[in-house]
Design a protein around this ligand. Structure first.
Ligand SMILES: [Zn+2]
Length: 294
């Protein structure tokens, strides 16, 4: 493995990890040449852009009157994010919307300045002192179930479909662009991160079912590829299949370790992170089912 592919692999492995779930920091080999972040900006629908910084993605919406940005990610990422927005428009940044509370998405918001109105689900606020948070701009406005923001002539509907990957992941829907953005709860042909540590299994499936009913053409996640409705349904099917298989083995009295040693779902072997996180996904489902059965 060349140093460059090693680094790319390390970056992929560190995708989406809140600091509290990460292992010890991974030091690149001494001979590795410094490599800058991988940054891109893609216009995925009229006036709607996706900012990619290494493995993290944030959506921003540009109008002549103002700009709506999401997830600053980190101070370093947010500085670059702001530069990239400024290449597209000089309009003021009006709203900063947090997708959920994990530190690798909300950190760095202070870079966008005091005039930006920060918006999130109400449950984000309780986590702003979590480990790994940096330069977070606290929410100025929060909501419980839903809220609509208007940026220029574009309506942006925010809604909370219940506890899924965390108790604060929201759906950001742009009806006029037929697009919905949901971070971490939604991933495309990709296993959920590790052991679903802050998740709720039934709520996660329910949130994806809600998402799948949106009348949109693009389902945009915060990591990886944009998906279709079929991709959302495939993710639901994965969670249901995994839950069913783990439940059957628990009914037979198998231990977590026995289930991890025997259970495979080869139909998902080509999904991103299957090799790294399948055993951890089993652990998360086992933990949830154990709690439900108590
Ligand atoms: Zn997350």
């Amino acid at each position: 493995m060349t140093p460059r592919t090693l680094l790319a692999t390390l970056m992929l492995l560190s995708a989406c990890a809140p600091a509290s779930e990460q292992g010890p920091p991974t030091e690149p080999a001494a001979e590795t040449l410094p490599v800058g972040p991988t940054v891109s900006v893609d216009e995925v629908a009229d006036d709607v852009f996706l900012f990619t910084y290494n493995t993290h993605r944030s959506l921003f919406i540009v109008t002549d009157d103002g700009v709506l940005v999401t997830d600053p990610q980190s101070t370093e990422a947010a500085e670059r994010y702001l530069e990239e927005v400024r290449k597209v428009t000089d309009a003021p940044i009006q709203y900063l919307v947090y997708s959920h509370y994990h530190n690798d998405h909300v950190s760095g918001g202070a870079i966008f300045g005091d005039d930006v109105v920060t918006v999130s689900h109400e449950n984000v606020t309780a986590h702003l002192d979590d480990e790994g948070m940096e330069a977070v701009k606290p929410p100025d406005e929060t909501f419980t179930d839903e809220m609509t923001l208007t940026i220029g002539d574009i309506d942006v509907d925010l809604s909370f479909p219940g506890h899924s990957e965390t108790d604060s992941n929201i759906i950001l829907h742009v009806p006029s662009r037929r697009l919905a953005f949901m971070v971490d709860t939604l991933s495309v042909r990709t296993l959920p991160w590790r052991n679903l540590a802050s998740g709720d299994l039934d709520g996660w499936i329910g949130a994806l079912e809600t998402l799948a009913d949106y009348d949109v053409d693009q389902f945009v996640p915060g990591h990886g590829e944009i998906g279709s409705r079929d991709d959302v349904r495939a993710h639901i099917e994965y969670l249901r299949t995994l839950t069913g298989e783990v439940a059957t083995r628990m009914d037979d009295g198998q231990s977590l370790q026995a289930i991890q040693n025997s259970l495979e779902l080869p139909q998902y072997a080509d999904w991103v992170r299957y090799d790294e996180h399948f055993a951890l996904n089993i652990e998360g489902v086992y933990r949830e089912l154990t709690e439900q059965r108590q």
